[in-house]
Design a protein around this ligand. Structure first.
Ligand SMILES: *Cc1c(COP(=O)(O)O)cnc(C)c1O
Length: 217
C-alpha cells in the first residue's frame, strides 16, 4: 500500500516541491518500503526514535527533525541530522550552534513560525522573526544556517482558516527575503490533510505521514 500511496502522491505533487515522508511511530519495514520506492527524505518527531532508525536504515537517507526539540537532546542528532524544521526559540538555535561546532558541522535549520490558532503549536511570532533578522543575531551563529521557515496550520476542516494561515507564512517568507542578503529557500508547510492548500499558497516542502504510511495508532 505504501508504494501505491507514494505513486499517487508523486503524480499530484508539483515538481519543485520536496516530499518528506513522515515515518514517526512506523516500524523499519515500512520505512524500507518507501526507501525502495526511492524516498530519501524521512521526517521524525522524537529524538530517541530518530536515532534508533538512523542506525538501522541505509546511510544515504536525509533525516529531518520535524517535532519539538528539547535543548538537552540536541547533541544526539547533530552528528547526522540533515535539516531541523522545528527551531522554535533562540535558546534552541544557540544550542544547535554550540553542539554543531563540536562535531565540525554547519546544520541547516528552519525557523518554526506560529501561525495556528491552537496554543499548543509552538514557534516564533512574525515580529520576533523580523527582530531576529534585524539585530543580526543569526549571523553570529556560524554553525547553523537558516534556510527557511516551517509552519503548521490549525487542525480544522475550515479551509479558509487554513488558507489564511498559509498565506501569512508565505507573506513572512517573502518579507524576510526582501530584507536578507541570502535568500531563504525552503518553505515547509503542508501535511496529509492540507498539502494541496499549502502548495497553492507557496509551499515548496510538504511533510506527509498518514497519507503514505496509513493512520498512526
Ligand atoms: C506528524 C507530523 C506531520 C505529518 O502528519 P500527517 O498528518 O500524518 O501527514 C507533519 N509535520 C509535523 C510537524 C508532524 O508532527
Amino acid at each position: 500500500m505504501i508504494k501505491e500511496n507514494l505513486q499517487k502522491l508523486l503524480t499530484q505533487i508539483n515538481p519543485g516541491v520536496s516530499l518528506i515522508a513522515v515515518s514517526k511511530k512506523k516500524a523499519i519495514p515500512h520505512l524500507l518500503e518507501a526507501y525502495e520506492f526511492g524516498i530519501r527524505d524521512f521526517g521524525e518527531n522524537y529524538v530517541q526514535e530518530l536515532c534508533d532508525k538512523q542506525k538501522d536504515m541505509p546511510t544515504d537517507i536525509r533525516w529531518h527533525m520535524i517535532g519539538h526539540l528539547q535543548t538537552n537532546k540536541v547533541k544526539f542528532i547533530v552528528p547526522f541530522i540533515y535539516l531541523i524544521h522545528s527551531v522554535d526559540s533562540l535558546k534552541l538555535l544557540k544550542e544547535i550552534n554550540k553542539e554543531a561546532a563540536k562535531v565540525y558541522r554547519k546544520i541547516k535549520c528552519l525557523l518554526q513560525v506560529h501561525i495556528a490558532k491552537e496554543d499548543t503549536k509552538t514557534g516564533f511570532y512574525k515580529q520576533e522573526i523580523l527582530d531576529l533578522v534585524a539585530d543580526n543575531t543569526m549571523a553570529k551563529l556560524t554553525n547553523v544556517e537558516i534556510v527557511g521557515l516551517m509552519g503548521m496550520s490549525t487542525f480544522t476542516d475550515d479551509t479558509s482558516t487554513v488558507t489564511a494561515e498559509f498565506k501569512l507564512l508565505k507573506e513572512i517568507f517573502d518579507q524576510l527575503n526582501i530584507r536578507l542578503d541570502k535568500r531563504l529557500e525552503v518553505l515547509s508547510m503542508g501535511m496529509s490533510g492540507d498539502w494541496q492548500l499549502a502548495i497553492e499558497n507557496g509551499s515548496n516542502m510538504v511533510r506527509i505521514g498518514s497519507a503514505i504510511f496509513g493512520e498512526r495508532v
